[in-house]
Design a protein around this ligand. Structure first.
Ligand code: FAD
Length: 451
């Protein structure tokens, strides 16, 4: 009989071990590829996220020559129903490691009864939970993890099965309608959907930017990073494909890039071992910390109207593109937690709603890093200064002018301190909602009290 390939965070054709395994086992009976719109996940993201997903499901349907079944509903009902409909001998997946994904897959296996749920591969070069230290336990901090991760083997990229035979089933009209609506109502994404587009962008990055990645990656106005995160998020490319493409290349840019990919793997590993770290402080070091309830200040932060140009530019890029430069993610997160004294999950939730690369492990551990509760947390007393960060990482102000039109009349680095220019506010740009020096002292006071 046929096999089912149930696609989740692996929306691609190439380098797809679960597809290879599904095709091998199905032989001439063919593979039924299915994408399930899961209402529990569908409701969790904003319009930009839903559109990014819907665009990529459509691109996958093209890549599979139309052989993609679309269904909607709770997977523990939809998948067993499809399995009996096509007489599937097995359901193939890439292994999921998030708390929700793990529970869901257990429920689906229980509901499938005798039909096995077969996991082959993961969204990572090394599956979460597999990098262990000499005494067989998980690494707690990044650097030794990254060293062991680099020495760990991972398989070479998998070839596309040939011939690739499909076993079709009908799509559900309601699933089609939901995806279509998301494509039509969501804001146009800043990223081109699909595997071909992802690989084209990757080639451009390797040709033009990876060599200087170590120095350019911090400059907010420069297109100096790979912009692979939205693709990695949905498995449109696999990190192993990227690592293999870099091969044995050396140089500071390439090494730094490998290290950044290792952060993604590390955070997934931490979440695997400590699922509670998704929404609770990883360490109890700030358990006694006093936080403020979110109010008008948080709303100003969310809409990019704090009066701090670098922060506002980042928050507006998030709303416009569903993406934000890494340096600016750090500065905006620091602003919420240290200048506005708000607990990090409030900010993490806002990011996850809007980011097209929004990923529980990378996002929430990134927030914990900034707020001082995470794995390799920056010491709490190191508070980012939103003005000097802008002056350092957007020295000529290009990034701010791109996202804050009210300040476009200010030249060069002057955009970072509009209050110094007499006409700084005439275009409706807000005054600073807090005094940074004052709030920094307040953050440190609260920190001392918490200790
Ligand atoms: P590049 O610089 O080209 O890096 C290549 C890849 O390495 C990225 O695509 C990503 O997969 C990985 N990577 C790089 N930096 C990190 C990091 N610090 N942590 C984990 N992985 C990393 N990344 C997400 O993918 N999803 C998120 O939801 C997310 N939320 C974040 C929230 C905060 C508060 C912070 C500080 C960081 C967050 N990051 C997140 C990490 C990082 O900002 C993005 O991965 C990066 O900006 C994506 O752009 P890029 O693909 O051009 O990155």
């Amino acid at each position: 009989g046929p096999t089912i390939l149930w696609l989740r965070r692996d929306l691609r054709l190439r380098d797809h071990p679960a597809l290879v395994e599904a095709a091998r086992q199905a032989e001439s009976a063919g593979v039924t590829a299915v994408f399930v719109v899961d209402p529990r996940l569908w409701a969790g993201g904003g319009d930009a996220r839903r559109r990014w997903l819907a665009d990529n499901v459509q691109a996958l349907e093209h890549a599979y020559d139309g052989h993609l079944v679309l269904r909607v509903g709770a997977p523990e009902e939809v998948i067993p129903a499809l399995a009996s409909e096509v007489g599937a001998r097995a359901v193939h997946i890439s292994r999921e490691s998030t708390p929700y994904g793990r529970r869901r897959d257990e429920r689906v296996q229980a509901a499938l009864g005798d039909v096995p749920l077969v996991a082959t591969g993961t969204p990572y070069a090394v599956g979460p939970g597999r990098v262990l230290n000499g005494s067989g336990s998980a690494y707690k901090v990044f650097t030794p993890f990254a060293r062991a991760w680099r020495e760990h083997c991972w398989p070479a990229p998998a070839d596309v099965p040939s011939p690739l035979r499909w076993h079709d089933a009908r799509s559900d009209q309601q699933a089609r309608a939901l995806l279509k609506k998301a494509r039509e109502t969501g804001p146009a994404p800043a990223f081109a959907a699909g595997e071909e587009a992802a690989l084209a962008r990757w080639d451009e990055f390797v040709d033009e930017a990876v060599a200087t990645y170590d120095t350019d990656r911090d400059l907010a106005a420069v297109d100096g990073t790979s912009r692979m995160s939205p693709y990695l998020k949905l498995g449109i490319v696999h990190p192993r494909t990227l690592l293999a493409s870099l091969g044995a290349r050396r140089g500071d840019g390439v090494e730094t890039f490998r290290t950044e990919l290792a952060w993604r793997e590390f955070y997934a590993d931490v979440l695997w071992h400590q699922p509670h770290s998704a929404w609770k402080d990883l360490r109890g070091n700030l358990a006694g910390m006093a936080y403020d309830e979110p109010g008008d200040d948080v709303r100003a932060w969310q809409s990019g109207r704090t009066g701090f140009p670098f922060v506002d530019a980042g928050m507006r890029q998030l709303l416009a593109e569903g993406w934000m430069h890494n340096r600016v993610r750090m500065v905006t997160a620091s602003f919420l937690t240290k200048d506005l004294h708000v607990w990090w999950p409030i900010g993490a939730r806002h990011f996850l709603e809007h980011l097209v690369d929004g990923d529980l492990a990378s996002n929430n551990h990134g927030w914990q890093w900034v707020s001082g509760t995470g794995t390799d947390a920056a010491p709490y007393f190191r508070v980012f200064n939103p003005i000097t960060q802008g002056q350092r990482f957007d020295p000529d102000g290009t990034y701010v002018r791109r996202w804050v039109p009210e300040l476009r009349h200010l030249e060069g680095g002057a955009v970072h301190e509009p209050w110094k220019h007499t006409d700084g506010y005439v275009h409706g740009y807000p005054e600073r909602i807090v005094d940074h020096a004052e709030e920094r002292r307040e953050a440190l006071r609260r920190y001392e009290n918490a200790r």
